[in-house]
Ligand binder design. Structure first.
Ligand SMILES: Cc1ncc(COP(=O)(O)O)c(C=O)c1O
Length: 342
């Protein structure tokens, strides 16, 4: 199904994105690059990539786009501190720490597990960016995300709480804007895209892309490649993504409702679990690096690209079709996985 992008005004005029609080953090638009060598090597569809690893904030990634709207709202509410939660090597936490630094806010991070002796990857950057870390058990996440802001309020601070991955209606707005940005790029370059693929985990990126696609009239197919869930655990996830998209639609004033059946997630690539590096990720990271000079991380973009390679080999896409791999960033985490990757 070919895509024909409509003029921007057609889908922007009935939304209020331009009047929402937004704090500029990203270098936009991110480039679209052809993956010529990989296209040849894999012998399938034409491959291109959108480089959201190049969003520019403290080594980039998809969270920059969400944080523009989250930090915008935090500042509009008079907050003085961003509070969020994530895995030890969370890209979201690193980007939140950077956004806080740039916006003149304090940052409190709730991280899963025990603080390692060697600060590496995103943890090193959190330290340099001046975030305050609290190490917790993953099972305590929800409780601590309530407790910590209460403690901060008792000290006279004004916390703004960002959910895991920045995935709520406000954060997803960043990916509605990203989808509109992509449609504009395709329209001006007269390029056609049949499939868009990206890693999905906490759902905000997918919710924004799906809502943006509905709003902007994208006619191709969307494939969220789950990096941390397996079928049949999935029903709740589709419902969660639809809920984020619908919260986002209300926030931006878009007259669109998504159901869980609209949310397209591909399963089967969880491997040994979240953040456990296997042959799929190792091959994908090397292939992308050696063929295109582009760096992927093993947890998100590397796993998602590995899944895409597998789908291409299985003949999921037709020759002559164009597949856009949305590079969502994450490469700083690569250094913390050095011994698993080589
Ligand atoms: C590099 C990278 N790619 C993709 C994702 C998935 O995005 P989302 O959590 O919005 O589903 C994440 C989430 O942390 C990420 O860090």
């Amino acid at each position: 199904m070919a895509l024909t992008a409509e003029p921007l005004c057609r889908y922007k005029r009935w939304m209020r994105i331009d009047s929402l609080p937004r704090f500029p953090l990203a270098q936009l638009p991110t480039p679209i690059e052809p993956l010529k060598a990989l296209t040849r090597e894999l012998g399938g569809p034409e491959l291109i990539t959108k480089r959201d690893d190049q969003t520019g904030l403290a080594l980039g990634g998809n969270k920059t786009r969400k944080l523009e709207f989250l930090v915008g709202e935090a500042l509009a509410q008079g907050a003085d501190t961003l509070v969020t939660v994530g895995a030890a090597q969370s890209n979201h936490c690193r980007q939140t720490a950077a956004a806080a630094a740039k916006a003149g806010l304090k940052c409190e991070l709730l991280l899963n597990g025990q603080k390692p002796e060697l600060l590496n990857g995103n943890l090193l950057l959190n330290e340099l960016l001046g975030a305050n870390e609290h190490w917790i058990e993953r099972s305590q996440r929800t409780a601590k995300l309530k407790e910590l802001p209460e403690q901060l309020r008792a000290q006279g601070r004004k916390p703004y709480v960002i959910p895991v991955g920045g995935s709520n209606g406000v954060g997803a707005t960043g990916y509605v804007v990203a989808m509109i940005e992509l449609m504009e790029q395709l329209r001006t370059s007269k390029q056609r895209v049949d499939h868009i693929v990206y890693g999905t985990s906490s759902g905000g990126t997918q919710a924004g892309i799906q809502l943006g696609a509905a709003v902007a009239g994208f006619k191709g197919q969307l494939h969220g490649l789950s990096i941390d869930k397996n079928d049949p655990e999935h029903f709740e996830y589709e419902a969660e993504v639809a809920q984020i998209a619908n919260d986002c639609a209300k926030y931006i004033g878009a007259d669109v409702v998504l159901t869980q059946d609209d949310v397209k997630v591909v399963y089967g690539y969880k491997g040994e679990g979240y953040g456990v590096v296997g042959d799929l990720e190792r091959e994908a990271i090397r292939m992308m690096a050696r063929s295109e000079g582009i760096i992927l991380d093993p947890v998100y973009a590397g796993r998602a690209f590995g899944a895409l390679v597998d789908l291409i080999r299985k003949g999921t896409f037709k020759r002559g079709e164009t597949v856009l791999f949305w590079h969502t960033g994450g490469s700083p985490a690569l250094f913390a996985y050095a011994k698993d990757v080589v």
